[in-house]
Write a protein that binds this ligand. Structure first.
Ligand code: 5AD
Ligand code: SF4
Length: 467
């Protein structure tokens, strides 16, 4: 187990002092920022920290991209598609920058931690002012200050990663939010770029996590999602707290009603974790458990460290222990060497498990990963065709799975409301992550409502407020 290295208090102070100085210098100027964030929840949460730091520097959020004088692209590099979109969207800003020379353009996030890609972007788009990698996030006020004084900044630091505690955060919601518990990843799944751009796995101290959750509860948050690339391998070296114990401590925080976590790795799904999920009342009966493939041959090539049988065994165990649990998953099709037979094993696993959602992806070679250099790369048309078949199969399972809810009731934490419908529909999730729509208005947002399920629509359940 690796000891957690925290960014030193002086280093953090230097950064926050730079923010305070900027705020003083920029006083009276109308400074508005807009962050475009791509990819996963970890990135969304980083964007909340960037917002926090920008507000500490005196910036306020712009209502739209067009009204901002600082644009920040928080990038993702997990799949090629995301990379192409970022290059396209930044390229499209050339004209605007010519007409608006005061516009500041910054690019950060996972994609910029890849030096080769960051340098390519730097050369190709001379109008981009500021580029920095994931390990520089906590230095943002210092980098911004250089940028505002006219310097063109490209800053990428190689690091296994430290933890920066105490950065200001501006949260997107008011009743449900994220708390990061681990950063980075040690698994090196052969297709995945994350370990190269997010550094080695490191766990925040349980005291810092619980203190953050307590503060959030005091601010009125009712639902917490514990975040990490691989949350269930959470382990804090100093005091031996593991993930089930952490859940237990978070469960004890007054005011928090729902605890979720993602993402979990099947190899680290221990009987103790299943037991914690079964017994801790606030821990939700849902698990996002990426399987990636149903073929043992492909799972080995992916370096996933479990077999199809082991995965199915876990599904059986967790269903037997945790009442009403639903599983969601991630699946990759067209991994190098995937035969029609391998793929049919993925289809049969999906049928056997009956996931309540499967996020499906075509394999996308990532420079520097082992799989990118493997023989037997699969043509795009084959990947596309398999993706369509997989999606059809998973939709079929979902429809069948949704039927069992009709006539039952459950508690929904209302997230939003859709006024486009003839009857305004409120929506939110059951504890097991099932989305429910029911007639209701904006005033319900943030409340818990008991809803009776009357039918299904697309991927969701339809209901009415119960008596
Ligand atoms: N190609 C396709 N999908 C990928 N994922 C990660 N790396 C790749 C890749 N190179 C998917 C995995 C992971 C999810 C977040 O993204 O399914 O669980
Ligand atoms: Fe990538 Fe595997 Fe780590 Fe997930 S567990 S971030 S897929 S290397």
């Amino acid at each position: 187990m690796r000891k957690t290295v925290e960014v030193s208090a002086e280093e953090l102070r230097e950064s926050l002092d730079a923010a305070a100085r900027l705020k003083e210098e920029l006083k009276g100027r109308d400074l508005r920022y807009y962050i475009e964030s791509y990819g996963c929840q970890m990135n969304d949460h980083d964007a909340e920290k960037l917002s926090g730091m920008l507000q500490a520097c005196g910036y306020s959020p712009a209502p739209s991209k067009e009204e901002a004088n600082l644009l920040l692209f928080n990038t993702c590099c997990v799949r090629e598609h995301a990379e192409k979109r970022v290059f396209g969207n930044i390229g499209a800003l050339k004209k605007r920058k010519e007409n608006e020379p005061g516009l500041l353009i910054g690019v950060c996030g996972c994609m910029m931690q890849q030096r080769e890609v960051a340098e390519r972007l730097y050369k190709r788009f001379p109008f981009v002012d500021l580029i920095f990698g994931t390990h520089e996030l906590h230095h943002f006020p210092l980098l911004l200050s250089r940028s505002l004084s006219g310097e063109r900044v490209l800053s990428i630091r190689e690091s296994d990663g430290e933890i920066a505690e105490g950065l200001p955060v501006v949260r997107g919601g008011s009743f449900s939010t994220f708390v990061t518990i681990t950063y980075g990843c040690n698994n090196f799944c052969s297709y995945c770029i994350v370990p190269y751009v997010r550094g080695r796995e490191r766990s925040r101290s349980p005291e810092n996590i619980v203190a953050e959750v307590r503060t959030l509860a005091e601010q009125g948050f009712r639902e917490i999602t514990l975040l990490g690339q691989n949350v269930n391998s959470y382990a804090h070296a100093d005091d031996g707290v593991d993930f089930p114990e952490l859940l237990c401590r978070v469960n004890a925080v007054d005011g928090i009603e729902r605890i979720r976590f993602m993402t979990s790795h099947p190899k680290d799904l221990s009987p103790r974790l299943i037991e914690a999920m079964a017994t801790l009342p606030k821990v939700c009966n849902h698990i996002h458990l990426p399987v990636q493939s149903g073929s043992n041959r492909i799972l080995t090539a992916m370096n996933r460290c479990y077999t199809r049988e082991k995965y199915l065994g876990l599904v059986r165990d967790i269903r037997a222990a945790v009442d009403g649990i639903e599983l969601t998953t991630d699946i990759i099709v067209g991994f190098p060497g995937e035969t029609e037979e391998d793929f049919s094993e993925t289809l049969s696993l999906v049928q056997e498990v009956g996931f309540s959602a499967a996020y499906t992806f075509m394999y996308s070679p990532r420079l520097g990963t082992r799989a990118a250099a493997m023989e037997g790369q699969i043509p795009e048309e084959v990947k596309k065709e398999r993706l369509l078949r997989l999606n059809a199969c998973s939709a079929e399972q979902l429809r069948a799975g949704n039927q069992k809810y009709v006539g039952k009731s459950g508690t929904v934490l209302v997230e939003g409301f859709d006024r486009r419908e003839k009857t305004p529909m409120a929506f939110g999730k059951l504890t097991n992550f099932k989305m429910v729509y029911f007639p209701g208005g904006e005033e319900l947002i943030g409340s818990m409502q008991n809803v009776k399920i009357t039918g299904t629509q697309n991927n969701s359940l339809i209901g009415v407020l119960a008596e």
